[in-house]
Design a protein around this ligand. Structure first.
Ligand SMILES: [Fe+2]
Length: 267
């Protein structure tokens, strides 16, 4: 009961802080099936093909997308996650799937500078929330490539790379997340500034498995991030488990036309 109350309180704090940590959120049976799917996704080159397809025309699609893997599809519509997202403090009752990326990073992997991931070109408001659910399949350990966030920074209207000059350096007021059990999830407001510190794990240390899945409150068209976004949503609409309870989750009507990065207005 106290765990529930604690979760409710942390959900209520989300609008102010912009993040929510859910240690050990995913069941072991799901994580056990996700990890070999990520391995196959990376080792067979499918992940790279999905990245390469971002430079192809809109009617082309990679041979596979993540949602065509059974456990990844299950994760995208994982009911306990969607139930948290539908709280008014996060997305509210009407939201749409935006994208899902799956990756395995080696020990010693590079960091990523301070940035945010809110899709709006140019950035002009925060009227509708968008979130990224970061699923750390193997958990996080110090040195594995920690996540640092700047609580409350999602309230600023800023371009994604406005803080990139700071690299991954420690910032006043930041919260570093570097120790999470297996199957943990961190939900970020997508406009929250965050950084991934370089992994400094020794050779032979565990790789860092992370699947990020993004969802947006409906109400205005969202920019897609991949030219083959329609193909991804079409796969989502085949997922029986989502169709009854979340009929809008994979609907195209909540998106604006795709504009490639190169053709976006510069600001
Ligand atoms: Fe990010």
């Amino acid at each position: 009961m106290s765990g529930c109350t604690d979760l409710n309180m942390r959900v209520k704090n989300f609008p102010e802080l912009g993040f929510l940590i859910l240690p050990g959120f995913l069941p072991a049976s799901l994580v056990d099936r996700l990890v070999p799917e990520v391995d196959r996704w990376v080792d067979t080159g499918l992940r790279q093909l999905s990245i390469d397809a971002c430079s192809l025309p809109e009617d082309a699609a990679p041979p596979r997308v993540e949602l065509q893997m059974a456990a990844h599809a299950e994760l995208a519509v994982y009911a306990p996650l969607l139930e948290i997202l539908q709280d008014e403090s996060l997305l509210g009752p009407s939201f749409v799937f935006h994208h899902l990326h799956s990756d395995r990073r080696p020990p010693g992997g590079a960091g990523k500078s301070w940035h945010h991931d809110y899709e709006q070109h140019p950035q002009r408001d925060r009227a509708l929330p968008m979130v990224h659910a970061l699923h750390y399949l193997g958990g996080l350990r110090p040195g594995m490539g920690s996540l640092a966030v700047l609580p409350g920074s999602h309230h600023q209207i800023a371009e994604k790379d406005e803080m990139s000059v700071l690299g991954t350096a420690q910032q006043p007021g930041e919260e570093e997340i570097d120790d999470l059990p297996r199957g943990s999830t961190v939900i970020l407001h997508s406009a929250l500034f965050h950084t991934r510190r370089a992994a400094r794990g020794p050779a032979g240390a565990a790789p860092r498995y992370m699947v990020d899945a993004s969802y947006c409150r409906t109400g205005a068209p969202w920019p897609p991030v991949k030219p083959y976004w329609r193909a991804v949503l079409a796969v989502g609409r085949t997922l029986e488990s989502a169709r009854a309870q979340w009929p809008e989750l994979f609907s195209e009507r909540h998106f604006s036309p795709y504009v490639s990065h190169a053709r976006r207005p510069s600001v």
